[in-house]
Design a binder for this molecule. Structure first.
Ligand code: IPD
Ligand code: CA
Ligand code: CA
Length: 269
């Protein structure tokens, strides 16, 4: 088995175990909020922390020399050239409210390049996986299918997913950009999880996604899944996708969305 295939197997198995734990151990009256981060609505629950700890423990047991970048602080340097990028719950607010669209996202990078990614959505019964150069798959109880983004959807007919940060000033700017995007597209979806949005794009359930402020742990696995499903994931003017701006769509749609966003001065806040 190649190294990326081995890393994917470990990512998918660990994401499934963490997903099961998050469903089984979620307190019936909701998880406790143990911390707020960038704003009072940017919450961390005890379950975010337990899931990240479980993921790091399992991966370290299998591969002791690897490094980590985990959203909840599980960050350490490794010596093997492999780094795991982890969002233990992407869509924490959905998880808090018991809405189904949240996911465990685990990507493996080799020398800084994402080579394998798994996104586990326990409440949908779906696991999304990709290996660089090997395509992207959706696994459900009825089997696995290859993923392909929708291509060349005219922007006016495109269903576009997006998200908003937690800070009020950032949101005010995002709302202003949205007023320019909304008349140019079929409609907007705000699902509440960046990696679910990216997987929905890979599965052809939305036609595009953009967001300002998303971090490496939000996008690492989902971006690889979109790329392996034939989509583009970039920033403005050919810059790499990143916290400044992440735009993702199939060829033909990407360029049109990019140009509308570029005209709206989305980086000014
Ligand atoms: C958030 C979700 C949300 C996005 C925010 C992210 P979290 O991650 O992905 O959809 O709009 O920008 O911070 O806090 O639930 O892990
Ligand atoms: Ca996240
Ligand atoms: Ca998170």
């Amino acid at each position: 088995m190649s190294l990326p295939d081995e890393l994917l197997e470990l990512a998918a198995e660990t994401a499934r175990e963490a997903g099961r734990m998050l469903v089984d151990k979620r307190p019936a009256d909701g998880p406790d909020v143990v911390q707020t981060k960038s704003s009072p609505t940017d919450v961390v629950t005890q379950m975010d922390r337990s899931a990240e700890a479980l993921i790091i423990e399992r991966i370290t047991a299998a591969r002791p020399g690897d490094g980590f970048l985990g959203e909840e602080g599980g960050t350490r340097a490794g010596g093997s050239g492999v780094r795991w990028v982890i969002d233990p719950i992407d869509g924490t607010v959905n998880y808090l409210y018991d809405l189904p669209d949240w996911a465990v996202s685990i990507a493996a990078e080799v020398d800084g390049v994402a080579v394998a990614g798994a996104v586990e959505m326990p409440r949908r019964g779906e696991t999304y996986t990709a290996v660089r150069g090997g395509g992207a798959l959706l696994h459900t109880a009825s089997g696995a299918r290859e993923l392909r983004v929708n291509s060349r959807v005219p922007l006016g007919e495109a269903l576009v997913a997006t998200g908003f940060g937690y800070a009020a000033e950032r949101r005010a700017r995002q709302a202003r950009v949205l007023t320019g995007v909304l008349p140019a597209v079929r409609d907007i979806r705000r699902g509440g999880s960046c990696c679910v949005d990216l997987c929905s794009l890979a599965a052809g359930r939305v036609d595009a996604y953009y967001e300002r402020g998303v971090q490496a742990w939000d996008v690492a696995a989902g971006a690889l899944i979109v790329q392996e499903a034939g989509g583009r994931v970039e920033g403005l003017g050919g810059a790499p996708a990143g916290p400044e701006l992440t735009i993702a769509a199939g060829p033909g749609t990407f360029e049109a969305l990019h140009d509308v966003l570029a005209s709206l001065d989305p980086l000014h806040d």
